[in-house]
Design a protein around this ligand. Structure first.
Ligand code: SF4
Length: 379
C-alpha cells in the first residue's frame, strides 16, 4: 500500500516563520493545475499498478484555496488512474482564514474525510506576530463548521515557544484547542528557519527566541495537558484520540512508499525491503510547469537509501513515533542487530527514557524531549 501527497504552492499571505515553498501571486494557478494533472497521469503509468493507495494528503501552501471544481477534477483523475482504497484517509490542510461553511461542505463532497486546521494560537497578538490571516474566532468557527459539514476527523495545529509566551498563555491555548474537541492535535515549537523574515528579525535583534529551558518546559506542559485529556502521544509533536492517529504521517515514519506531486514535493519508493530511493521536485512553479510541458519530470535531486541509511532511519523515525519495531528491524538487518546496544538500552530503561515491551523500543515522556540524542546513541 502506498500514499500520495499533493503540494499546492499558494498562500494568501506568506507567514513570517514559514519555509515551505509557496507564493502569494496566484496568476499561475491554472497553469500549475494543468501541470499537476500531467504529473498525476505520467506517474500513474509507472506506479499505479504496483500498489493500492491507502492515504492521500493535500498540503502546501494552502490547498483550501482550491475551488470545488478544481479539487473535483484532481479527484476524478486520481480515481481514474490509481487504485484508491475505499477506506483511504484523505486529508486537506486548511487555513482557517480561507474556509467558510460552503467550502467545508465542498471539501466533504469531493472526497476529503479528514481536515487539518492551522490554528497556531488563540491570542490575537500571537496571530499578528506570526502574520496569520485569521483571527482566533475564525479558527474556532472553522472547526465548528467542519463538524457541521460532516467531518469527524479534525486536527488542530498549534505553535508554542513563541517569543514572550508564558506557560500560562500556552496552557490557555491548549485549553481552548481541547475545548474544540479535535480528534488530533499537532503541537510544534516555533523554529527559526533560515531565509525567513523571522530569521532576519532574530538576526536584527527585533525578536528574541525563548531560551531552550522555557521551550522544554512548554513541551512538558503540552504532553501533560494533552495526555491527561485523552490524547495519546504517538510522535514527538503529534497527539491523537485512540484510532485517530494520522495514518498518512505514520506511513512516512514507517518507510512506506509515497509519491508526491507539485513543486518541492519529496517522494520515496522502496526497491527492496531495506533499501529505496528518495527524490524531489524543483522548488519553483515556473520550472515545474516548464518541465511538465516538455513531458519531463521536474525532479532536481535524489538520494539512494542504502541498507545503512535505511537502518538509521528506522531507528530515528521509529523513536520519534510509536517506537522501533524490533521484530521488523531484526528481520531486515539480522537477529543480532541490537546485541551491541544491549547495555545502552538497559541504561536508558533504568533512567526512565525508553521502554522495551512487546518487541517495541519506545520513548517515555521524558525520553521524547531528548529524542535526537537517544537516536544518535542507538545509531
Ligand atoms: S499559511 Fe501555512 S504554508 Fe502558507 S505561509 Fe503560512 S504557514 Fe506557510
Amino acid at each position: 500500500m502506498a500514499s500520495l501527497y499533493f503540494h499546492i504552492p499558494y498562500c494568501e499571505h506568506k507567514c513570517v516563520y514559514c519555509d515551505f515553498y509557496s507564493i502569494e501571486n496566484m496568476t499561475s494557478m491554472e497553469q500549475f493545475l494543468a501541470a499537476l494533472e500531467l504529473e498525476i497521469i505520467r506517474r500513474a503509468e509507472e506506479f499505479s499498478s504496483k500498489e493500492t493507495i491507502e492515504t492521500i494528503f493535500f498540503g502546501g501552501g494552502t490547498p483550501s484555496l482550491l475551488s470545488k471544481e478544481q479539487l473535483g477534477k484532481i479527484f476524478n483523475l486520481l480515481h481514474k488512474h490509481y487504485r484508491i482504497e475505499s477506506t483511504a484517509e484523505i486529508t486537506c490542510e486548511s487555513n482557517p482564514g480561507t474556509v467558510e461553511q460552503q467550502k467545508l461542505n465542498d471539501f466533504k463532497s469531493v472526497g476529503f474525510n479528514r481536515i487539518s486546521f492551522g490554528v497556531q494560537s488563540f491570542y490575537e497578538d500571537d496571530l499578528k506576530f506570526l502574520t496569520r490571516i485569521h483571527s482566533a474566532e475564525e479558527a474556532e468557527r472553522a472547526v465548528d463548521n467542519a463538524y457541521r459539514a460532516g467531518f469527524s476527523n479534525v486536527n488542530v495545529d498549534l505553535i508554542f515557544a513563541l517569543p514572550n509566551q508564558t506557560p500560562g498563555r500556552w496552557k490557555e491555548n491548549l485549553r481552548r484547542a481541547i475545548a474544540l474537541q479535535p480528534k488530533h492535535v499537532s503541537a510544534y515549537a516555533l523554529i527559526v528557519e533560515e531565509q525567513t523574515p523571522l530569521a532576519t528579525m532574530v538576526k536584527n535583534k527585533l525578536v528574541a527566541p525563548l531560551p531552550p529551558e522555557e521551550d522544554a518546559a512548554m513541551y512538558e506542559i503540552t504532553i501533560e495537558t494533552l495526555t491527561s485529556h485523552g490524547y495519546r502521544q504517538y510522535e514527538v509533536s503529534n497527539f491523537a484520540q485512540p484510532g485517530f492517529e494520522c495514518r498518512h504521517n505514520i506511513r512516512y515514519w514507517d518507510h512506506s512508499n509515497y509519491l508526491s506531486f507539485g513543486p518541492s514535493a519529496h517522494s520515496f519508493w522502496k526497491d527492496s525491503p531495506a533499501t529505496g530511493k528518495r527524490w524531489w521536485n524543483v522548488r519553483s512553479i515556473q520550472s515545474y510547469c516548464e518541465s511538465m510541458s516538455r513531458n519531463e519530470f521536474p525532479i532536481v535531486g535524489s538520494e539512494e537509501i542504502d541498507a545503512k541509511k535505511f537502518f538509521e532511519e528506522e531507528i530515528f523515525l521509529g523513536l520519534r513515533s510509536s517506537g522501533i519495531d524490533e521484530k521488523k528491524v531484526k528481520q531486515l538487518f539480522g537477529e543480532s542487530v541490537f546485541d551491541a546496544k544491549a547495555s545502552l538500552l538497559k541504561d536508558l530503561e533504568r533512567e526512565g527514557l525508553v521502554t522495551r515491551q512487546n518487541n517495541t523500543i519506545s520513548l517515555t515522556e521524558k525520553g521524547y524531549s531528548i529524542c535526537d540524542e537517544i537516536a544518535r546513541k542507538l545509531m
